[in-house]
Design a protein. Structure first.
Length: 267
């Protein structure tokens, strides 16, 4: 699909990838961009910069999602593309992570896509076409070795996108799934006193990620891979799962060892 003259909603649009998507869509000539984020102040700033409109949105709240969709439809009558981009990182660890943290990560990284799709898909079917992009992560295809709740939620988001594509493709809803590796946003920035995130060296800028999104949308590809090497990693994983698991164990050990060395130096 071409972006020109399209009406677009971007959740998580106040910062990072979402902000870059709004800017890139504006450059492509989108008719109207709606910027939704729990960070309303920055969402307003982004909306003003692209001639759009901002909404305060907690994507983990289904009623809030439905309200925003309804308000946009009452104003614009249609939404051509929903970028269900809002998400959270963090949640380092696995079994020791508290249940409420697991639930929060799942609500924002998985259920939010369900809430938005439930609100907009009937209207897209009625209109005769539409597009829906879920921002997952390369972690949803490969795995994050130390942030288990995040990794599991992104696996679920990618699976959800696959099922949406299967179920709604024949109803003329084009579904895609964005799976970047490291993108230079707050999500991979290390807290003060911790070593650099292992994703930083091969990371890309948010606008590079947004450029890859536009290219893939034009081709109506399902899987959007701003880091082309991720496609190679998927093949390697499928060809020899045990070897791939071994490599992830080594990566996990290396990451944890680096943290321990960093902390032992008194940082």
């Amino acid at each position: 699909m071409e972006i020109k003259d399209k009406i677009i909603l971007v959740t998580g649009g106040a910062n990072g990838i979402g902000k870059a998507l709004c800017e890139r869509f504006s450059a492509e000539g989108a008719e109207k961009i709606f910027v939704a984020d729990i960070d309303f102040e920055n969402a307003q700033a982004v909306a003003e910069s692209v001639g759009g409109k901002a909404f305060e949105l907690d994507v983990s709240n289904e009623e809030n999602c439905q309200k925003v969709i309804n308000e946009i439809l009452s104003e614009a009558e249609r939404i051509d593309l929903v970028c269900s981009n809002a998400g959270i990182g963090g949640a380092e660890g696995s079994l020791e992570v508290k249940n409420d943290v697991w639930q929060k990560v799942y609500d924002i990284n998985v259920l939010s896509h369900v809430f938005l799709a439930r609100a907009i898909f009937p209207k897209m079917i009625e209109f005769g076409e539409g597009a829906f992009m879920i921002t997952a992560s390369a972690a949803g295809l490969l795995t994050h070795p130390t942030a288990v709740p995040y990794s599991v939620s992104k696996h679920a988001a990618r699976a959800l996108a696959e099922n949406f594509a299967i179920e709604f493709g024949d109803k003329r809803i084009y579904v895609s799934c964005l799976c970047p590796q490291g993108v230079r946003t707050a999500m991979i920035a290390s807290p003060e006193g911790e070593p650099e995130n292992f994703l930083v060296p091969d990371s890309i800028s948010p606008i590079e990620c947004a450029n890859a999104v536009v290219r893939s949308l034009e081709k109506e590809e399902f899987l959007i891979l701003p880091h082309k090497e991720v496609g190679e990693f998927i093949v390697n994983k499928a060809e020899n799962y045990d070897r791939w698991l071994h490599s992830l164990r080594k990566l996990r050990t290396a990451v944890l060892d680096e943290r321990e060395k960093f902390m032992s130096k008194g940082n």
